[in-house]
Design a protein around this ligand. Structure first.
Ligand code: SAM
Length: 236
């Protein structure tokens, strides 16, 4: 049995009071990621402590930037191995969570993991964000959109802000280069109906992490997102 005191301590420092069941879910999640990682590339980080800190604690650090009690629905764009969406689900079981990715193979594994961890009210969607954001079932339907390690902030804003309800939020998980990205993305964020309200920086295992919080102040113009691939090739 691994020593999880560093992880429990980390969660407590964020203000969580984790139950044994929540800790067990994280451990099981780790085991499943490592098991599946042999068959399909899910993560380059595989050491137990590294995954617990750099993937799990990092994912739930959202508590530092957003009042999660006001969030009922959340979408995670480019979720990969389930980050940050699955750790958020474990710590906030009442939030309805949607995990979106363009790679079906990864989502098939996430479906198995969701089942195995007995998580409820969490769904996977296969497709490109640019296409799914045009679907009325998903456009402007979420209180909160999150995304980590998917694209630069200008591109990401075009992929994410269309999913957010007016008065909702988009949070981008970034590193120490957040200021530079923010400067370049200002125009894109404004065009998409967003406004940067804060950038919360903190240290996680000697790495600077920054949560950029964007409030959606206006509905997104129907011309966004542009067709799949364009936000990446020609950021606004
Ligand atoms: N968010 C996870 C994390 O923090 O570990 C995964 C990051 S991984 C580097 C990027 C993921 O975004 C991949 O799984 C990829 O398939 C997905 N992705 C990239 N562009 C996308 C798009 N336009 N629509 C949907 N998914 C996308």
């Amino acid at each position: 049995m691994s020593d999880n005191s560093f992880f429990i301590q980390g969660l407590k420092e964020y203000g969580f009071d984790p139950t044994d069941e929540q800790i067990e879910k994280f451990i099981r999640y780790y085991d499943l990621i490592i098991e599946w990682n042999e068959k399909i590339n899910l993560t380059a980080i595989t050491e137990y402590k590294d995954v617990m800190i750099k993937h799990f604690l990092d994912s739930v650090s959202i508590i530092k930037a957003v009042d999660m009690s006001s969030v009922n629905s959340l979408i995670d764009i480019g979720t990969g191995a389930g980050f940050p969406g699955i750790p958020i689900k474990i710590m906030f079981p009442d939030i309805k969570i949607t995990l979106l990715d363009s790679l079906k193979k990864r989502l098939n594994i996430l479906d198995l993991i969701i089942d195995e961890l007995n998580l409820k009210d969490i769904y996977t969607i296969h497709g490109r964000a640019e296409d799914i954001a045009r679907d009325p079932k998903h456009r402007e339907k979420y209180d909160l959109c999150v995304s980590r390690a998917v694209a630069n902030l200008s591109t990401l804003s075009e992929l994410c802000i269309p999913f957010v309800k007016p008065n909702g939020k988009f949070v981008s998980y970034k590193s120490e280069k957040a200021d530079e990205e923010l400067e370049k993305a200002k125009n894109a964020i404004r065009l998409l109906g967003g406004k940067v309200t804060s950038a919360v920086s903190f240290e996680l295992e000697d790495n600077i992490r920054t949560l950029i919080v964007i409030d959606k102040t206006e509905s997104t113009n129907k011309k966004y997102p542009r067709k799949a691939g364009t936000p990446g090739k020609e950021p606004l």
